[in-house]
Design a protein around this ligand. Sequence first.
Ligand SMILES: NC(=O)c1ccc[n+]([C@@H]2O[C@H](COP(=O)([O-])OP(=O)(O)OC[C@H]3O[C@@H](n4cnc5c(N)ncnc54)[C@H](O)[C@@H]3O)[C@@H](O)[C@H]2O)c1
Length: 264
Amino acid sequence: MDLDFGGRVIVVTGGASGIGASCARFFAARGGRVVVADKNEAAARQIAGEIDGIAAALDVTQEAEAEALMARLEDEVGPIAVLVNSAGVLQRTAPPGALTMKEWDLVARIDLRGTYVCCAAAGVRMAKRRGGAIVNIASVSGMRSGPLHSYGPAKAGVISLTECLAAEWGPAGVRVNTVSPGFTRTPALDKGVDLGVLDRTDMTAGSALGRLVEPEEIAAAVGFLASDLASAITGVNIAVDAGYLVATPWQAYGGLRPSPETAT
Ligand SMILES: NC(=O)c1ccc[n+]([C@@H]2O[C@H](COP(=O)([O-])OP(=O)(O)OC[C@H]3O[C@@H](n4cnc5c(N)ncnc54)[C@H](O)[C@@H]3O)[C@@H](O)[C@H]2O)c1
């Protein structure tokens, strides 16, 4: 059974690129009226044009902007049924001392505070109407340690925030869930490779399925959690990581091995 979002208003922050753009395409292909909300207005217009959606300028660090956008959309387009928070930035790997507080603050401000700002602006409206679904994009970096001393804690914060808001708004019929991507083929990942922060071979070898995740695979999990098929699911965090989390502890035992069942 495929999903149907016919007529529902779906707001995707960070919808102009990567995972957010894939989510926008996923919902639009299933009948949703998608709002591509992004700091990069030109790119938002391009994606919205492709999917017959609505482009909106939004900097998630500006709470007045988020509040004004949600109010305007509800007046002019209709009640927001789904919010996907995909706006985010990656972080330069650096040890404490080398990572400036300016960098630390910026990542936390966009990835954690920005997610809360948008949840609050849309979620309060959903709760008043007694229905809606929010899906926040965190990361496997929020579930294990790494050399990302702002990004990791910010994403762990998103997972915790999801649980807090799921309990807060559950009685009002609003569901809040998280998807935590592993290494996913997006412009942000390509930039990380170009900067030497990420190594393509290590990323693929470190996952049980031996590959990166496609942004469409993240969108499928987001779409499921936002849909009526997930009507009893709230407060969870689903890792969509090609088996990265389950594979990494095997390094202590010499790494993954070829499956004996497929050896010829
Ligand atoms: N790509 C990966 O491997 C990966 C892994 C785990 C988690 N994630 C998370 O997925 C989300 C999307 O990442 P992506 O890889 O698609 O990145 P991306 O760079 O392709 O897209 C991110 C989008 O967010 C927008 N954005 C950045 N700051 C913003 C702000 N202040 N206000 C509004 N929009 C803003 C950008 O303009 C861009 O369009 C992020 O939250 C990221 O942390 C990505």
